[in-house]
Design a protein around this ligand. Structure first.
Ligand SMILES: [Zn+2]
Length: 435
């Protein structure tokens, strides 16, 4: 009797221990399901990945069901059982799914004895949109006469919402922005682009990544830029390179000059492209741009400069603005209405101001001695924004004035000319406004 009693206690203990064991260690977490893919599935990458993991037990089964309207399809996954993780790629168009919304339902169970041996189950539903049709582009402007180093504007409509739209000129991309139910795109033929055998493209990419590109019909005139020699004196190096000493410690003034003229100039240009995106989606400018009054042009746009030190060529660069000089510390006027998008130290341009005039059109004022405005100030044409000076890489007091199209410098002379503005910019904007 005593013996049985002892066995009974052991049995109870065993059941208790097993109960506690399973209570604590029973796998109650279902497998983790991930359905990976972009919301809009395009023709370039029409793949959705199903990813199932179960770290505690093993996977028992996975069921995938695709549904589109009244159509549906089940996919039986082979060799699922006993795996800890399982990846499956679904090629959407191959399965017979048509353009439009569809959904994927994935259910997965593990090997746990939970749920009366059925295992832990998880279900995940996700919907996608299949779109393999690229957008179509309808041009609304036809007159595009440009010169190398000059600017223009084109307008077009697209058949569906887009993720990227604009004009590509060689390696430069100019974004287009909504304009009265269409898109307008200010673009340039940059100074370093050879127009022969080069086609500007209007490019539209939809949300699914489908790309459409059509050639932009335009007439591009070639242009010969001036050449000039600039003598770099020791006096210039002594006086000017102190501004950049902290960036290039331990270098001689000449070495600093070469770094500034190459590296900082390049950085400055890249940064202009970023600032060019900080733009109003409306036309802020009104009429031709103002040329600083009572000034003499000291250097033109596109001039190829050769830098000479002690009779030796040390560098070559292109001048991408117009230099205007008058009296020292002359008041500098905003060339047109706009919003200040930059005011401060800007590398080779010293103290500089950049004003945005909308749709990527901006004006830059360099080498200032004093800045009167700050970022986000709204300015009117003719308003004083600072005083001229010789900060940055400037030999004497003058204004470096540049017009930028999405951060790409163009010849400001066009923007001062009311006939050019009327025939090339305002005419095309009017075409865009008409139905
Ligand atoms: Zn200049």
């Amino acid at each position: 009797m005593k013996k049985y009693k002892g066995m009974g206690i052991v049995l109870i203990l065993v059941v208790l221990i097993l109960g506690i064991y399973f209570g604590f260690f029973l796998d109650r977490t279902p497998p983790v399901i991930k359905i990976l893919g972009k919301k809009y599935i395009g023709r370039e990458d029409p793949i959705i990945q199903v990813y199932v993991t179960d770290k505690d037990s093993y996977i028992k089964n996975i069921h995938i069901k695709l549904t589109q309207g009244i159509w549906s399809k089940k996919i039986d996954l082979p060799n699922v059982k006993g795996k800890k993780e399982y990846k499956y790629k679904i090629n959407i168009p191959k399965l017979g799914i048509k353009e439009g919304v569809f959904s994927i339902n994935v259910s997965a169970a593990d090997n746990s004895i939970n749920n009366f041996l059925l295992g832990n189950q998880r279900i995940l539903n996700k919907s996608f949109i299949l779109d393999t049709t690229p957008p179509s582009i309808l041009m609304k402007t036809y007159r595009h006469n440009l010169v190398v180093g000059g600017a223009g504007v084109a307008g077009f409509m697209v058949s569906e919402p887009v993720s990227k739209i604009g004009i590509k000129v060689d390696k430069y991309f100019f974004p287009a922005y909504p304009y009265k139910g269409s898109y307008c795109c200010f673009f340039a033929i940059p100074y370093d682009v050879d127009p022969k055998n080069m086609t500007p493209w209007v490019i539209a990419i939809d949300r699914a990544g489908n790309e459409m590109k059509i050639p932009l019909r335009c007439y591009i005139k070639t242009r010969r830029f001036l050449r000039s020699k600039i003598n770099i004196t020791d006096k210039f190096l002594q006086q000017k390179m102190v501004q950049y000493e902290q960036d290039f410690k331990g270098l001689t003034p000449l070495q600093i000059f070469l770094k500034v003229n190459k590296i900082i100039r390049k950085d400055n240009r890249a940064r202009l492209r970023k600032i060019g995106l900080d733009t109003e989606k409306k036309i802020l400018f009104s009429g031709p741009f103002l040329r600083q009054p009572r000034t003499v042009r000291e250097a033109s746009f596109g001039t190829k400069r050769t830098y000479i030190y002690k009779g030796r060529v040390i560098d070559r660069e292109t001048h991408l603005g117009v230099d205007l000089a008058s009296t020292a510390r002359a008041p500098i006027l905003a060339a047109n209405n706009g919003r200040v998008v930059f005011a401060g130290w800007y590398g080779i341009y010293g103290n500089a101001v950049i004003i945005d005039h909308g749709y990527g059109v901006q004006s830059l004022y360099g080498h200032l001695s004093y800045i009167k405005v700050k970022r986000n100030d709204l300015v009117k044409k003719g308003e004083i924004i600072g005083n001229s000076g010789a900060t940055g890489l400037a030999g004497g007091d003058h204004l470096h004035f540049a017009i930028l199209i999405s951060g790409v410098p163009v010849d400001p002379v066009e923007w001062w000319d009311k006939n050019w503005l009327k025939n090339n910019i305002l005419y095309n904007l009017k075409q865009l406004s008409s139905k």
